[in-house]
Design a protein around this ligand. Structure first.
Ligand code: G16
Length: 544
């Protein structure tokens, strides 16, 4: 095996964000840029020689080239075996599933998630550990430290592997197994959900669904699961062919970017159920006929109905949600007599809770829900969970959500994003807010009185690690909240996120437009943070 050691110099900008390193494709195409980061991952690990690595991505532009480079580097660094998805494709939850099923040492997932793809769009890379979940902060910190001092990387000289043919081949002493990207994952789904009842629902002729894969990674998975295994009519899955640029779209399942689906679901002949997933298949959006389910409500409703789903019929050990996610799941946890954990934004924070069996379901406002079946959020899993509930309850999505609000009250919720804001200005806004925090408690804004104001800090209940400065929370005496934080997934400038939440117990007031229900809090957020002044913007770029 011809191992070459190539001299290199550090890049200063390889600090992983909320979920791995995300940059524009031309940045990754610079000589040694990808290689430096991959070698820094390997250099930060111990004892992987001879073990198995899982490798795959969401199929976006540069996926195939990156996979060939990583395979040759894995061989030079003496991994024993790499399992790579056919065509270089593995959705993020499927990669997590394959890591766990095969007892792999870890995995490398190539994705910039919901960010657009293409020659001038985004690319990303992240490392997952042996539990199948995103590397925790201590690992990503070590990788970042290494990127700042790296002087060389190792790669072998060899021909490219044929990624489109299943089976095994050799790269030097390392075995490369090209595996079916869908099979293991589909099997796991069958073990969790009542496929019999869901099939009956989907073939009854009385229920129609539409699944939008947004030309991203779930296309193959969705065709196999919904149309093949569950018998839904061909055409149930739309935009189901993964494309390197996602068809020019923004593969983010929300009301703004999943507009094809929204048109179908709000049209005159709307199906009963609609769903979309994102670039790498870990996010989901759930819709009923002319009805949107917020991700926070979705988590709460799944938790309240978990006993109806075979994989969860034994009950939940706990729920976990990210801090900015609404407190709707907390109310369900209270009723069930279980704990609801509040973690910082980032799926990596759920890993310890799931491993320690403290939580069974997890979710985030950013259209992510998942469980202990893997260690990533899981878009199609969430769709199947909802289908299972619908099959058992025989009610519409809207009826189920409204009944839930009647029982628990409604947490009105919205997120306002200001994208690609000048990074210095965004940091100034946050610094100013931090400085003002101690003066806020007790202050009155309209009908609201500030109860607490802090910068969220998290002590992991399993390993005791502390994560500070995870977002500014302003809580009001009636339980309403405004949260401010800067996104850790953007690739251009800064994205300011403002999360607004108010609780309404009175069922006669559950039919308001959230922007109306949250109107006063929206005004207060401007008063407290001077958003227009710092961002120079009159309104948010995206409201979800
Ligand atoms: C990632 C993380 C999520 C997080 C989301 C948004 O999702 O895995 O935990 O909620 O980013 O993060 P931010 O607010 O920092 O942009 P994904 O789907 O992009 O991998």
């Amino acid at each position: 095996m011809n191992i070459k050691t190539i001299s290199t110099q550090p890049f200063a900008d390889q600090k992983p964000g909320t979920s791995g390193l995300r940059k524009r494709v031309p940045t990754f195409q610079q000589p040694n840029y990808l290689e430096n980061f991959v070698q820094s991952i390997f250099d930060s690990l111990e004892g992987y020689q001879g073990t198995t690595l899982v490798l795959g991505g969401d199929g976006r532009y540069y996926n195939r080239q990156a996979i060939q480079i990583i395979l040759k580097m894995a061989a030079a660094n003496r991994f024993g075996q790499v399992l790579v998805g056919k065509g270089g494709i593995l959705s993020t939850p499927a990669a997590s599933c394959v890591i766990r099923k095969n007892g792999a040492f870890g995995g490398i997932i190539l994705s910039a998630s919901h960010n657009p793809g293409g020659p001038n769009a985004d690319f990303g890379i992240k490392y997952n550990i042996s539990n199948g979940g995103p590397a925790p902060e201590k690992v990503t910190d070590a990788i970042y430290t290494r990127t700042k001092e790296i002087t060389a990387y190792k790669i072998i000289e060899a021909d490219d592997i044929n990624l489109d043919k299943l089976g095994s081949s050799q790269l030097g002493t390392m075995t490369v197994q090209v595996i079916d990207s869908v099979a293991d994952y589909a099997e796991l789904m069958e073990s969790l959900f009542d496929f019999g009842s869901i099939r009956e629902l989907l073939t009854s002729g009385k229920f129609r669904m539409c699944m939008d894969s947004l030309h991203a990674v779930t296309g193959g998975y969705a065709h196999e699961i919904f149309e093949q295994r569950l018998g839904a009519p061909v055409g149930t899955v739309q935009n189901g062919v993964p494309l390197e640029d996602f068809g020019g779209g923004h593969p983010d399942p929300n009301l703004v970017y999943a507009h094809d689906l929204v048109e179908v679901m709000y049209g005159e002949t709307a199906p009963d159920f609609g769903a979309a997933s994102d670039g790498d298949g870990d996010r989901n959006m759930i819709l009923g006929r002319k009805f949107f389910v917020t991700p926070s409500d979705s988590l709460a409703i799944m938790a309240a109905n978990a006993k109806l789903v075979p994989g969860y019929s034994q009950g939940l050990t706990g729920i976990a949600r990210s801090m900015p996610t609404s407190q709707a799941p907390d109310r369900v946890a209270e009723k069930l007599g279980i704990e609801c954990y509040e973690t910082p934004t980032g799926w990596k924070f759920f890993g310890n809770l799931l491993d320690a069996n403290k939580a069974t379901l997890c979710g985030e406002e950013s259209f992510g829900t998942g469980s202990n079946h893997v260690r990533e959020k899981d878009g199609l899993w969430a769709v199947l969970f909802w289908l299972n509930i619908l099959a058992v309850r025989g009610q519409s999505v809207e009826a189920i959500v409204k009944e839930h609000w009647q029982t628990y009250g409604r947490n009105y919720y919205s997120r306002h994003d200001y994208e690609e804001v000048d990074a210095d200005k965004a940091n100034e806004l946050i610094t100013k807010l931090r400085g003002d925090l101690s003066q806020l408690p007790g202050r009155k804004f309209g009908q609201y009185t500030v109860d607490y104001a802090d910068d969220f800090s998290y002590a992991d209940p399993v390993d005791g690690s502390i994560s500070q400065k995870q977002g500014i929370r302003i809580g009001f005496t009636d339980g309403s909240r405004i949260v401010f934080r800067l996104s850790g997934t953007g690739t251009q400038g800064a994205t300011l996120r403002i999360y607004l939440e108010s609780y309404e117990p009175d069922a006669s007031k559950h039919d308001l437009d959230p922007q109306v229900a949250l109107g006063e809090l929206i005004t207060i957020s401007e008063e407290i943070a001077q958003i227009r002044h710092f961002t120079g913007r009159e309104q948010p770029t995206v409201i979800t």
